[in-house]
Ligand binder design. Structure first.
Ligand SMILES: [Zn+2]
Length: 289
Protein backbone atom coordinates (compact mmCIF):
# COMPACT_ATOMS: atom_id res chain seq x y z
CA UNK A 1 0.00 0.00 0.00
CA UNK A 2 1.39 3.40 -0.95
CA UNK A 3 0.93 5.59 2.11
CA UNK A 4 1.74 9.25 2.72
CA UNK A 5 2.01 9.89 -0.98
CA UNK A 6 0.04 12.22 -3.18
CA UNK A 7 -0.53 11.47 -6.88
CA UNK A 8 -1.29 14.25 -9.33
CA UNK A 9 -2.69 13.26 -12.70
CA UNK A 10 -4.02 14.78 -15.90
CA UNK A 11 -6.66 13.30 -18.21
CA UNK A 12 -6.04 13.24 -21.93
CA UNK A 13 -9.55 11.96 -22.60
CA UNK A 14 -11.40 14.70 -20.68
CA UNK A 15 -10.90 18.37 -19.67
CA UNK A 16 -9.82 17.57 -16.15
CA UNK A 17 -7.02 16.99 -13.73
CA UNK A 18 -6.96 15.16 -10.44
CA UNK A 19 -5.12 14.19 -7.31
CA UNK A 20 -5.39 11.42 -4.78
CA UNK A 21 -3.83 11.03 -1.38
CA UNK A 22 -3.51 8.41 1.32
CA UNK A 23 -2.16 9.64 4.67
CA UNK A 24 -1.22 7.07 7.26
CA UNK A 25 1.89 8.13 9.26
CA UNK A 26 0.87 11.78 8.96
CA UNK A 27 -2.59 10.98 10.34
CA UNK A 28 -1.28 8.62 13.02
CA UNK A 29 1.13 11.27 14.29
CA UNK A 30 -1.71 13.79 14.61
CA UNK A 31 -3.81 11.28 16.55
CA UNK A 32 -0.90 10.35 18.84
CA UNK A 33 -0.05 13.93 19.73
CA UNK A 34 -3.49 14.76 21.05
CA UNK A 35 -6.54 12.84 22.18
CA UNK A 36 -9.50 13.87 19.98
CA UNK A 37 -13.10 12.90 20.77
CA UNK A 38 -14.23 10.05 18.46
CA UNK A 39 -16.78 12.25 16.77
CA UNK A 40 -14.12 14.75 15.62
CA UNK A 41 -11.75 12.24 14.08
CA UNK A 42 -13.58 11.74 10.82
CA UNK A 43 -14.05 15.42 9.90
CA UNK A 44 -10.50 16.28 11.01
CA UNK A 45 -8.99 13.46 8.93
CA UNK A 46 -11.12 14.41 5.95
CA UNK A 47 -10.06 18.05 6.22
CA UNK A 48 -6.44 16.86 6.40
CA UNK A 49 -6.77 14.84 3.18
CA UNK A 50 -8.57 17.75 1.49
CA UNK A 51 -5.84 20.24 2.36
CA UNK A 52 -3.15 17.94 0.92
CA UNK A 53 -5.19 17.65 -2.30
CA UNK A 54 -5.94 21.36 -2.68
CA UNK A 55 -2.42 22.36 -1.64
CA UNK A 56 -0.91 20.11 -4.30
CA UNK A 57 -2.71 22.13 -6.98
CA UNK A 58 -1.18 25.43 -5.84
CA UNK A 59 1.84 26.85 -7.51
CA UNK A 60 3.22 28.96 -4.71
CA UNK A 61 5.59 28.84 -1.76
CA UNK A 62 3.81 29.27 1.52
CA UNK A 63 0.99 27.74 3.51
CA UNK A 64 -2.65 26.91 2.94
CA UNK A 65 -4.91 26.91 6.00
CA UNK A 66 -8.41 25.42 5.94
CA UNK A 67 -10.67 26.19 8.89
CA UNK A 68 -14.18 25.14 9.80
CA UNK A 69 -15.31 27.64 12.44
CA UNK A 70 -18.45 26.98 14.47
CA UNK A 71 -20.58 28.46 17.21
CA UNK A 72 -21.74 25.09 18.53
CA UNK A 73 -19.84 22.74 20.84
CA UNK A 74 -17.22 22.48 18.09
CA UNK A 75 -15.44 25.81 17.70
CA UNK A 76 -12.74 25.04 15.21
CA UNK A 77 -11.25 22.39 12.97
CA UNK A 78 -8.07 23.57 11.31
CA UNK A 79 -5.47 22.05 9.02
CA UNK A 80 -2.33 23.76 7.77
CA UNK A 81 -0.57 22.56 4.64
CA UNK A 82 2.90 23.82 3.75
CA UNK A 83 4.56 23.95 0.36
CA UNK A 84 7.24 21.57 1.68
CA UNK A 85 4.42 18.99 1.87
CA UNK A 86 4.14 18.97 5.65
CA UNK A 87 0.77 19.06 7.36
CA UNK A 88 -0.53 19.73 10.86
CA UNK A 89 -4.03 19.80 12.30
CA UNK A 90 -5.91 20.62 15.46
CA UNK A 91 -9.37 21.27 16.89
CA UNK A 92 -11.03 23.39 19.55
CA UNK A 93 -14.21 22.30 21.28
CA UNK A 94 -16.12 22.93 24.50
CA UNK A 95 -17.35 20.41 27.01
CA UNK A 96 -18.22 16.79 26.27
CA UNK A 97 -19.15 16.18 22.66
CA UNK A 98 -21.90 13.70 21.77
CA UNK A 99 -20.54 10.31 20.65
CA UNK A 100 -22.43 10.50 17.37
CA UNK A 101 -23.41 13.71 15.62
CA UNK A 102 -23.28 15.25 12.18
CA UNK A 103 -20.75 17.95 11.44
CA UNK A 104 -23.44 20.65 11.06
CA UNK A 105 -24.92 19.70 14.43
CA UNK A 106 -21.48 19.99 16.07
CA UNK A 107 -20.56 23.29 14.45
CA UNK A 108 -23.95 24.99 14.60
CA UNK A 109 -23.81 28.23 12.63
CA UNK A 110 -20.43 28.58 11.14
CA UNK A 111 -18.13 29.56 8.37
CA UNK A 112 -15.46 28.06 6.21
CA UNK A 113 -12.23 30.04 6.02
CA UNK A 114 -9.40 29.51 3.57
CA UNK A 115 -6.12 31.36 4.07
CA UNK A 116 -3.28 31.44 1.56
CA UNK A 117 -0.15 32.78 3.19
CA UNK A 118 2.77 33.23 0.77
CA UNK A 119 6.31 33.12 2.13
CA UNK A 120 7.46 36.11 0.09
CA UNK A 121 5.90 38.66 2.45
CA UNK A 122 2.80 39.42 0.32
CA UNK A 123 -0.19 39.82 2.68
CA UNK A 124 -2.22 36.61 3.13
CA UNK A 125 -5.35 36.03 1.04
CA UNK A 126 -8.44 35.10 3.03
CA UNK A 127 -11.70 33.68 1.68
CA UNK A 128 -14.74 33.22 3.90
CA UNK A 129 -18.14 31.68 3.18
CA UNK A 130 -21.01 30.47 5.36
CA UNK A 131 -20.98 26.71 5.91
CA UNK A 132 -23.25 24.69 3.66
CA UNK A 133 -23.53 20.92 3.53
CA UNK A 134 -23.11 18.23 6.14
CA UNK A 135 -19.69 16.87 5.24
CA UNK A 136 -16.22 18.31 4.79
CA UNK A 137 -16.35 17.49 1.06
CA UNK A 138 -19.70 19.29 0.58
CA UNK A 139 -18.51 22.32 2.54
CA UNK A 140 -15.33 22.63 0.47
CA UNK A 141 -17.09 22.05 -2.83
CA UNK A 142 -19.54 24.80 -1.85
CA UNK A 143 -16.69 27.16 -1.11
CA UNK A 144 -14.97 26.49 -4.42
CA UNK A 145 -18.22 26.95 -6.32
CA UNK A 146 -18.99 30.28 -4.67
CA UNK A 147 -15.46 31.65 -4.93
CA UNK A 148 -15.35 30.93 -8.68
CA UNK A 149 -12.49 28.48 -8.43
CA UNK A 150 -12.22 25.62 -10.90
CA UNK A 151 -15.24 23.35 -10.69
CA UNK A 152 -14.14 20.65 -8.26
CA UNK A 153 -15.40 17.37 -6.85
CA UNK A 154 -14.00 15.81 -3.69
CA UNK A 155 -14.28 12.33 -2.23
CA UNK A 156 -12.93 12.07 1.33
CA UNK A 157 -12.81 9.30 3.89
CA UNK A 158 -11.08 8.65 7.17
CA UNK A 159 -10.89 6.01 9.90
CA UNK A 160 -8.53 5.47 12.84
CA UNK A 161 -5.80 4.23 10.44
CA UNK A 162 -5.79 6.43 7.34
CA UNK A 163 -7.14 9.64 5.86
CA UNK A 164 -7.78 9.43 2.11
CA UNK A 165 -9.07 11.61 -0.65
CA UNK A 166 -9.66 12.03 -4.36
CA UNK A 167 -10.01 15.38 -6.12
CA UNK A 168 -11.17 16.05 -9.67
CA UNK A 169 -10.98 19.52 -11.18
CA UNK A 170 -12.53 20.61 -14.43
CA UNK A 171 -10.15 22.58 -16.61
CA UNK A 172 -11.36 25.77 -18.33
CA UNK A 173 -13.27 25.76 -21.64
CA UNK A 174 -11.25 24.93 -24.69
CA UNK A 175 -9.90 21.79 -23.09
CA UNK A 176 -12.84 19.61 -24.07
CA UNK A 177 -16.51 18.88 -23.72
CA UNK A 178 -18.83 19.14 -20.76
CA UNK A 179 -19.99 15.56 -21.28
CA UNK A 180 -16.41 14.31 -20.78
CA UNK A 181 -16.27 16.03 -17.40
CA UNK A 182 -19.65 14.59 -16.40
CA UNK A 183 -18.51 11.10 -17.43
CA UNK A 184 -15.50 11.36 -15.08
CA UNK A 185 -17.70 12.54 -12.21
CA UNK A 186 -20.09 9.64 -12.83
CA UNK A 187 -17.18 7.16 -12.77
CA UNK A 188 -15.76 8.59 -9.55
CA UNK A 189 -19.30 8.90 -8.15
CA UNK A 190 -19.37 5.12 -7.70
CA UNK A 191 -16.64 5.48 -5.08
CA UNK A 192 -17.63 4.94 -1.46
CA UNK A 193 -15.60 5.47 1.71
CA UNK A 194 -14.74 1.80 2.42
CA UNK A 195 -13.26 1.34 -1.06
CA UNK A 196 -11.32 4.61 -0.86
CA UNK A 197 -9.87 3.58 2.51
CA UNK A 198 -8.99 0.02 1.52
CA UNK A 199 -7.54 0.44 -1.96
CA UNK A 200 -4.02 1.25 -3.08
CA UNK A 201 -3.98 4.56 -5.03
CA UNK A 202 -2.66 3.00 -8.27
CA UNK A 203 -5.28 0.27 -8.18
CA UNK A 204 -8.06 2.72 -7.33
CA UNK A 205 -7.16 4.99 -10.25
CA UNK A 206 -7.16 1.99 -12.54
CA UNK A 207 -10.52 0.72 -11.24
CA UNK A 208 -12.25 4.04 -11.68
CA UNK A 209 -10.66 5.33 -14.87
CA UNK A 210 -9.32 2.34 -16.84
CA UNK A 211 -11.33 3.39 -19.88
CA UNK A 212 -9.89 6.91 -19.80
CA UNK A 213 -6.49 8.13 -20.86
CA UNK A 214 -4.59 9.77 -18.05
CA UNK A 215 -1.01 10.41 -17.08
CA UNK A 216 0.43 10.66 -13.59
CA UNK A 217 2.37 13.92 -13.48
CA UNK A 218 3.89 13.75 -10.04
CA UNK A 219 4.11 11.66 -6.88
CA UNK A 220 4.81 13.70 -3.75
CA UNK A 221 5.74 12.51 -0.25
CA UNK A 222 3.62 13.94 2.59
CA UNK A 223 4.55 14.16 6.28
CA UNK A 224 3.48 15.60 9.60
CA UNK A 225 5.30 18.80 10.49
CA UNK A 226 4.77 21.51 13.08
CA UNK A 227 6.31 24.95 12.70
CA UNK A 228 6.18 25.84 16.39
CA UNK A 229 9.44 26.75 18.15
CA UNK A 230 10.65 28.30 21.39
CA UNK A 231 11.53 31.43 19.45
CA UNK A 232 7.98 31.77 18.07
CA UNK A 233 6.41 31.21 21.48
CA UNK A 234 8.77 33.90 22.85
CA UNK A 235 7.58 36.24 20.10
CA UNK A 236 3.97 35.53 21.07
CA UNK A 237 4.70 36.38 24.71
CA UNK A 238 6.37 39.63 23.63
CA UNK A 239 3.15 40.51 21.76
CA UNK A 240 1.15 39.89 24.96
CA UNK A 241 3.28 42.53 26.67
CA UNK A 242 5.49 42.66 29.75
CA UNK A 243 2.68 43.45 32.21
CA UNK A 244 0.50 40.48 31.34
CA UNK A 245 3.41 38.04 31.19
CA UNK A 246 4.71 39.31 34.53
CA UNK A 247 1.23 38.75 36.07
CA UNK A 248 1.25 35.12 34.94
CA UNK A 249 4.77 34.57 36.33
CA UNK A 250 3.69 36.09 39.68
CA UNK A 251 0.67 33.80 39.84
CA UNK A 252 2.11 30.56 38.48
CA UNK A 253 5.86 30.86 38.85
CA UNK A 254 6.41 30.48 35.10
CA UNK A 255 4.59 30.70 31.79
CA UNK A 256 3.74 27.38 30.19
CA UNK A 257 2.55 27.16 26.59
CA UNK A 258 1.53 23.90 24.95
CA UNK A 259 1.36 23.82 21.14
CA UNK A 260 -2.21 23.02 20.01
CA UNK A 261 -0.92 21.10 17.00
CA UNK A 262 1.93 18.92 18.29
CA UNK A 263 1.54 19.21 22.06
CA UNK A 264 5.14 20.35 22.52
CA UNK A 265 5.45 22.08 25.93
CA UNK A 266 7.35 25.37 26.25
CA UNK A 267 8.15 26.75 29.72
CA UNK A 268 9.46 30.27 30.31
CA UNK A 269 10.60 30.89 33.90
CA UNK A 270 11.01 34.32 35.49
CA UNK A 271 14.53 34.79 34.12
CA UNK A 272 13.44 33.76 30.58
CA UNK A 273 10.59 36.27 30.74
CA UNK A 274 12.89 39.05 31.92
CA UNK A 275 15.17 38.27 28.97
CA UNK A 276 12.22 38.55 26.57
CA UNK A 277 11.51 42.11 27.61
CA UNK A 278 15.10 43.33 27.97
CA UNK A 279 15.55 46.36 25.67
CA UNK A 280 17.23 45.44 22.38
CA UNK A 281 20.81 46.79 22.12
CA UNK A 282 20.81 49.87 19.91
CA UNK A 283 23.06 49.02 16.96
CA UNK A 284 23.14 52.59 15.73
CA UNK A 285 24.70 54.09 18.80
CA UNK A 286 28.46 54.64 18.79
CA UNK A 287 30.40 51.84 20.45
CA UNK A 288 33.87 51.64 21.94
CA UNK A 289 36.28 49.18 20.38
ZN1 LIG B 1 3.84 22.46 17.51
Amino acid sequence: MQNDKLFRFLFDSAPARGAQVRLQNTWQTILQRRDYPDVLRQPLGELLAASALLGSMLKFDGSLVLQLQGKGALKLLVVEWNADRTLRATAKWEGDLPTAAGLTELLGQGQFVLILDPKNGTPPYQGIVALEGDSVAEMLQGYMQRSEQLESRLWLACDTEVACGLLLQRLPEGHGEAEDWHRLCALAGTLHAPELLATDPDLLRHRLFHEEQLQVLKVEEQAFGCSCSRERVGGMLQMMGAAEVSDIVQEQGSVEIICDYCHQRYVFDEEDCTQLFRPMPDHNSPTCH
